[in-house]
Ligand binder design. Structure first.
Ligand code: ZN
Length: 342
């Protein structure tokens, strides 16, 4: 047996590349004690402060870290309320420079009034009209007016793409999230679904983000209770999909000690339904047996080489098309600017 196992490129089924600079950010004035306070005091403060230059380096850093983890395709969900126009192209260009595939979406919301919602819809429309690869993003039903949701669905239909939306992540979105899930189509991506009722029928794919759900203490969503396909996402906490797989398995076992890792491994593989070309990418790993039972109990497996679209973009663990050290240095500069603004 070769000492190096090989897999296709892994897929992160739900990411926020704008959050790559957030690590180490100044603590909020008051420690958030529940999910809505985490949104208000951490993420909605952060996204409001973003400009396009910060976003560019945040996305490059996130894409670099994905490549270094053998993840060659990212399904991204973006929000930068004070830098909306052009933001999806900034993310797409940053990923292209590193060489990672990305499916972009702008998370439309009425958090910043009807003008903010209109600008978000316009950015999705602009990006998709110009041939960008994407979906129509909605933040979550509980932060959107009914008319905004209708407009996003109509826009997705116009471009023949799905809607990418957070659904019932916390109790605050349980009712409206379930109502939106019932309207979903097969090409939609519903994220979290933790507080969806048992037995609900919905047509889209469900993105399960075990680490994020633990971090926000929103509860365990039991993703296998639905009939829909499940994919794994990180919700912005990096793009190490083998790590996320191990966490997904750990959460499953916590609730059912008889379950095998084949189930969360299938969730990982379902990512290829979202970005089929990643199956043609080739990742050579530091470990020989790239199977569910091995990887469930083997932390620290790293890619050695990554080939995307026939080109070697990672060699001996280092990016070839971009200077990883430069991206980290520039991203640190932008993080300092961002923290200053906060
Ligand atoms: Zn998310």
């Amino acid at each position: 047996m070769s000492e190096h196992g090989i897999t296709p490129g892994l897929v992160c089924g739900h990411h926020h590349l704008y959050s790559a600079l957030a690590r180490g950010m100044p603590a909020p004035p008051k420690t958030p004690s529940k999910f809505t306070e985490i949104l208000e005091q951490v993420w909605w403060r952060l996204d409001t402060a973003l400009d396009l230059e910060m976003l560019e380096w945040s996305a490059k850093l996130g894409a670099l870290e994905a490549l270094e983890a053998g993840c060659t395709a990212i399904v991204d969900h973006h929000e930068s309320p004070n830098a909306i126009e052009g933001s999806l192209s900034v993310i797409a260009d940053a990923c292209a420079e590193v060489g990672v595939r990305v499916v972009c979406a702008y998370g439309v919301t009425d958090r910043h009034g009807p003008e903010g919602a209109a600008a978000g819809l316009a950015e999705n429309d602009r990006f998709l009209s110009e041939g960008g690869r994407g979906m129509v993003g909605l933040h979550a039903a509980f932060t959107c007016e009914p008319g905004t949701i209708d407009a996003a669905i109509a826009l997705a239909d116009k471009h023949d793409v799905g809607v990418h939306v957070h659904v019932a992540e916390g109790p605050v979105d349980a009712g409206q999230g379930a109502a939106l899930a019932r309207r979903s189509r097969p090409n939609w991506l519903l994220v979290h679904g933790v507080h969806l009722p048992d037995g609900i029928e919905f047509a889209g794919t469900l993105a399960h983000n075990p680490r994020s759900n633990m971090n926000n203490a929103v509860g365990y969503g039991h993703p296998s209770r639905f009939n829909s396909p499940v994919v794994l996402g990180t919700d912005g906490i990096g793009a190490d999909m083998l790590d996320e797989f191990r966490l997904a398995f750990g959460k499953l076992r916590e609730h059912n000690v008889e379950v095998a890792p084949d189930l969360p491994w299938m969730w990982l593989e379902n990512g290829w339904q979202l970005v089929p070309e990643a199956q043609d990418d080739v990742v050579t790993w530091s470990y020989p047996s790239m199977t569910a039972w091995h990887l469930a109990y083997t932390p620290g497996v790293r890619p050695i080489d990554v080939i995307v679209d026939g080109k070697k973009l990672l060699e001996d663990g280092a990016a070839t098309r971009v200077d990883g050290a430069e991206i980290r240095a520039k991203a640190a500069e932008q993080a300092a600017r961002l923290f200053e603004k906060l």
